[in-house]
Design a protein around this ligand. Sequence first.
Ligand code: ACO
Length: 339
Amino acid sequence: MNSEKSRVGIAGVGTYVPERVLTNLQLQEIVDTSDQWIRSRTGICERRVAADDEAASDLALHASRRALANAGVGPDELDLVIMATNTPDMLFPASACLLQDKLGAKNAGAFDLLAGCTGFIYGMAVASQFIAAGTARNVLVAGSEVLTRILNWKDRNTCVLFGDGAGSVVMTKAPDDRGILSVALGSDGSGGDLLKLPAGGSLFPASTETVARGQHYLQMNGREVFKFAVRAMEDSAGEVLRRAGLTGADVDFLIPHQANTRIIEHAAKKMNLPMDRVAVNVDRYGNTSAASIPLALEESLQAGKIKDGDNVVMVGFGAGLTWAGLLIKWYDYKANNGR
Ligand code: ACO
């Protein structure tokens, strides 16, 4: 994928996390783990857990309404709704359609995008192509997860790592000197076994056997995913910079997928970036998969860490295996009097 000719930017961001907090200390009560182990190996202190009546499209609805308000775009002005998720409300219909309905986005097409934790960057890449091609004017990209519903709470290797949350962006045209400069998407399905939820699809349809075997839970080879993640973050960042003709010295801010502080620190080090120019919120939310990048983006914007004209790199990796990078020269729509 080459650099965009017609530029595309992020006109508004919105996020939502459920109220219920689950701390490491509380987890100690339900599984054989410790606050000290979780903090030192992952950087996670607590995560959010959705209420029983909240599904992925509900979390996405809150986040998307906020993104639309921040962008000053009405739901009927959306041409497309893309929802990146690994935990859709159900296999079908697409959660994006449920979100489209709840939002009242009556003029929009809608589809889900499944690319593991990389889904949000994949979603932004797809949205930017539609806008750059002139097929769509405003596209909503939501990343929303209720991962706590697919965790085996007896498996300490996985249940301590993930949390629930959602983040959305409204994407639209940007001026020629701003917006997405380059995108790089990668995949390697030969690593699909490293991180999966085996049952409930056409290969292993839901049955009492699949439930008895625990195949409806997320399964992960953490050590192998860790090795892959470190490589993928570094390669994705390098690739988007190369495609835009820039180097690490040109990067103002890094928004990495939030899985583990050790992985994030490694990526920052490789790019020679001090940690105050890197978004980190895995300590408070755990790994929220497709929601982690928009959650980190909004926090960074609110903290004033990203300014108009900054070169911002987003990098992610996840199930598939998938990985991706996106380089955006930030355009502050509000400061520039809107769209
Ligand atoms: N509490 C206490 N001990 C634990 C826990 C826990 N929660 N989990 C594992 N351990 C133990 C293991 O059993 C193991 O014990 P053993 O040596 O006696 O067998 C020991 O700790 C070390 O286990 P490792 O797997 O080597 O620990 P590591 O330092 O690699 O950390 C971790 C594990 C945190 C999972 C790390 O490998 C990691 O972050 N991997 C990447 C995970 C990731 O990013 N996944 C998301 C991908 S994105 C997506 O698409 C969803």
